[in-house]
Write a protein that binds this ligand. Structure first.
Ligand code: Z5A
Length: 224
């Protein structure tokens, strides 16, 4: 992949979206950051965004969603708020960047809604798929890396990360063990339904190994 010049690399990845999914503490943000650096080092233009967030409006919706004080949010309201944050991110950042030929890496995207609001909250998956289509206008990831992890390990990783300057648990992090098992199972179910797009990775391996494997999957799937 080193033999292509910058212009060739730009056209090769024109308009491609990659999403990174998994339960909390699976390592999504860490791995997304490392992949971004690798793409830049290889000369690929890349934009990293996270969900919910990435625009002023979406960050304000994020605050509403994660505030532990907002216990009264109904399941469908929650799903609609995630969809609203996503619609704004797609309109303001993802779509324009894809059209400008950027590679976009999204730390969480539509599969989070299926896993958390579907598996976790019990909302019908078809209703959520329709909602995702409305919010994204059909902008779909080319490849999705699913960082699969036992929820207990995820919880331990998050608790060791707490400390000065780190906020406590947000509204969703305070959910039960059973909730997280359903989230994980729904991710795996979606991966079984779409094996071409969703690539399941063992996120309990040491970080350098996970990053290496993620890079190999992307290099192979995107023909880098
Ligand atoms: N949500 C939803 O319900 N519906 C939706 O549609 C969307 C989201 C889009 C967003 O919270 C919440 O919204 C989330 C799902 C819900 N809720 N919960 N709960 P967020 O953005 O604040 O949280 P997050 O996305 O789950 O991020 P996180 O907790 O930071 O997890 P992460 O990004 O996967 O992990 P990390 O920060 O990269 O790593 C965690 C720690 O583990 C860190 O100290 C790392 O150094 C360490 N780490 C990472 N990988 C490894 C390995 N391989 N070995 C050892 N240690 C590691």
């Amino acid at each position: 992949m080193g033999s292509l010049n910058r212009h060739q690399k730009q056209s090769q990845l024109r308009g491609l979206l990659i999403s990174i999914e998994g339960i909390d503490g699976a390592g999504k943000s860490t791995i997304a950051g490392q992949l971004e650096r690798k793409f830049i080092a290889e000369g690929y233009p890349v934009q990293l965004v996270r969900e919910p967030g990435g625009t002023i409006i979406s960050e304000r919706i994020r605050e509403l969603l994660l505030d532990p004080g907002n216990q009264q949010i109904a399941a469908k309201t929650e799903a609609l708020l995630y969809a609203a944050a996503r619609a704004q991110l797609v309109a303001e950042v993802i779509q324009p960047n894809l059209e400008a030929g950027q590679l976009v890496i999204c730390d969480r995207y539509t599969d989070s809604t299926l896993a958390y609001q579907g598996g976790g909250r019990g909302i019908d998956l078809e209703w959520l798929r329709d909602l995702n289509r409305l919010a994204t206008g059909g902008v779909r990831p080319e490849v999705t890396l699913l960082l699969d992890l036992d929820p207990q390990i995820g919880r331990n990783r998050r608790s060791t990360r707490q400390g000065p300057g780190r906020p406590g648990e947000d509204r969703l992090e305070a959910e039960s063990e059973a909730f997280y098992h359903r989230v994980r199972e729904t991710y795996l179910q979606v991966a079984r339904e779409e094996p071409q797009r969703l690539r399941v990775m063992d996120a309990s391996k040491p970080l350098p190994e996970v990053v290496e494997e993620a890079w190999e999957i992307l290099a192979q799937s995107l023909n880098l």
